[in-house]
Design a protein around this ligand. Structure first.
Ligand code: IPD
Ligand code: CA
Ligand code: CA
Length: 268
C-alpha cells in the first residue's frame, strides 16, 4: 500500500470538508421554502442542497485523497463492499436529516467517516444548526467541539433515555417495530426520534442517549457515528449483537455497554 496519512491528518481533512458542506447547508436554510426537492422513494427525498453539499465534500476530499474509494449517498451509493475493505475509503452523508432540514426542524448534520481496510479510523458528525462538531479517531477517543466525551454511566432502564429511528421506508416492518417500541417504552424513562441517525449516535457517544436502535440504516448514516460511540466507551453492533461494519445496509444497536445489552434483550 502507498502513503497513508496519519489519522489526525485524516480527521483534520474530513472536519474541514464537513464544515464547508455545513456552510453550503447553512447558506441555503433561509430560502428553504423555494428549494427544489425530489422523491427518491415514497418517503425519501433529495434536495439540491444535499447535492451541493456532497459536491463540496467530494471536491475537497478527492483532491486530497485521490486513491480513496468513495461511498457517498447522492453520487456514489453503489460502491461494492469489496472495494471498501481495501485501503482508504470515504463514507459520506452530505446531509443527514434531509426531511428535518426541508421543514426547518433543527436536527441535521454532515457525516463523514474514513475507513481503513473496512474499519472506521476517523469520523466527523457536524450538527449544523447546533454548531456541534463531534469527532473521533480510532484509538484517540471521541470529542465534542474538541472536548472529550464519554457514553453515559446509567445502567437502570427506568432512568434511561433511548433514541430510535422509525422504519418509515418499509411499512411492512412497522408492526414488528411497534411491538418492540411497546416493550421499550414500558420500561424506560423516555424514547426520542429526532430524525438524523448520525446525531442519534453522536448523542449516545456524548451520554445524552443511553442506547439507540434503528432497524435499517445505510452505511453513510452510521459509519461515523459508530466510531464516535466506540471511542467514547460504548458499543455499536447490528441488531443481533454482531460486529457492525459500514459496508452495506444494517440495523444498528448502540449504547453504553450495559444499556446496549439490555436493549438487545428487550428487542429480541
Ligand atoms: C435518514 C435519517 C433518519 C433515519 C433514516 C435515514 P437522510 O437519513 O438518518 O434519522 O431514520 O433511516 O435515511 O435520508 O435524511 O440522509
Ligand atoms: Ca442519512
Ligand atoms: Ca442524506
Amino acid at each position: 500500500m502507498g502513503y497513508q496519512p496519519e489519522r489526525h491528518d485524516l480527521l483534520r481533512l474530513v472536519v474541514q470538508a464537513a464544515r464547508e458542506a455545513a456552510d453550503v447547508i447553512r447558506d441555503a436554510a433561509p430560502r428553504r421554502g423555494s428549494i427544489d426537492w425530489q422523491s427518491k422513494g415514497a418517503t425519501d427525498f433529495v434536495s439540491e442542497v444535499d447535492l451541493a453539499a456532497e459536491a463540496r465534500i467530494l471536491a475537497r476530499l478527492t483532491a486530497a485523497l485521490p486513491s480513496a474509494t468513495v461511498l457517498a449517498e447522492e453520487s456514489a451509493a453503489h460502491t461494492a463492499p469489496e472495494r471498501l475493505v481495501r485501503g482508504l475509503a470515504l463514507v459520506i452523508d452530505p446531509l443527514d436529516g434531509t426531511t428535518n432540514f426541508l421543514h426547518g426542524y433543527p436536527e441535521y448534520a454532515v457525516s463523514i467517516a474514513v475507513l481503513e481496510d473496512g474499519e472506521p479510523v476517523a469520523a466527523v458528525v457536524y450538527d449544523v444548526p447546533g454548531d456541534e462538531c463531534f469527532t473521533a479517531t480510532a484509538g484517540g477517543g471521541s470529542q465534542l467541539n474538541g472536548q472529550p466525551i464519554r457514553v453515559s454511566t446509567i445502567t437502570e432502564p427506568t432512568r434511561a433515555l433511548i433514541g430510535t429511528g422509525f422504519p418509515f421506508k418499509d411499512p411492512a416492518d412497522i408492526p414488528a417495530y411497534q411491538a418492540q417500541m411497546s416493550r421499550v417504552m414500558a420500561q424506560v424513562s423516555g424514547v426520542r426520534r429526532p430524525g438524523a441517525a448520525s446525531i442519534d449516535l453522536a448523542s449516545v457517544a456524548a451520554g445524552r442517549f443511553d442506547a439507540f436502535w434503528e432497524h435499517m440504516l445505510a452505511p453513510w448514516d452510521f459509519a461515523a457515528g459508530m466510531l464516535l460511540v466506540r471511542e467514547a466507551g460504548g458499543e455499536a453492533t447490528d441488531l443481533q449483537g454482531a460486529h457492525l461494519r459500514a459496508l452495506g445496509p444494517s440495523g444498528v444497536l448502540a449504547g453504553n455497554p450495559v444499556m446496549r445489552g439490555w436493549l438487545a434483550n428487550v428487542l429480541a
